[in-house]
Design a protein around this ligand. Structure first.
Ligand SMILES: [Cu+2]
Length: 127
């Protein structure tokens, strides 16, 4: 009986030794404080995520997580489903369309390099 307990304890120690907490940063698109809140809350909702910090300016999410409990892609996928492009996951258009106007990072004017909308082009001289 004692031996079994010792084996069990040894197994537990092995498991604990394999548990690793890592910190990684991922690109996540967002636009305002509300986005930041939502992204961080969603990430922290996962078991194994110990901390989530979204840097709005850098468009980066830093996760501290337990590698055996959670895979960052699970978190990123959930964030993308909410409407925010995250890592390799692009938010579906319908999820993006549900975001409030202030969150629409795809429509930030400064990001649009082309600027014009084609208006004024192709106008004809009246004849
Ligand atoms: Cu927002």
């Amino acid at each position: 009986m004692k031996k079994i307990l010792m084996i069990a304890a040894a197994l537990l120690l092995t498991v604990a030794a394999n548990a690793k907490v890592v910190e990684k940063t991922f690109t996540v698109r967002g636009h305002c404080g509300m986005c930041k809140n939502r992204i961080e809350t969603a990430a922290k909702g996962f078991d194994g995520v110990q901390s989530a910090a979204y840097d709005l300016k850098a468009q980066r999410l830093t996760l501290t997580y337990e590698t055996r409990q959670v895979k960052p892609n699970q978190v990123l996928k959930a964030i993308a489903a909410m409407g925010y492009d995250a890592g390799k996951f692009t938010a579906p258009q319908e999820a993006y369309d549900r975001l409030e106007a202030c969150c629409r990072y795809r429509e930030i004017p400064e990001v649009n390099e082309h600027g014009h909308h084609g208006e004024g082009e192709g106008h004809h001289h009246a004849e």
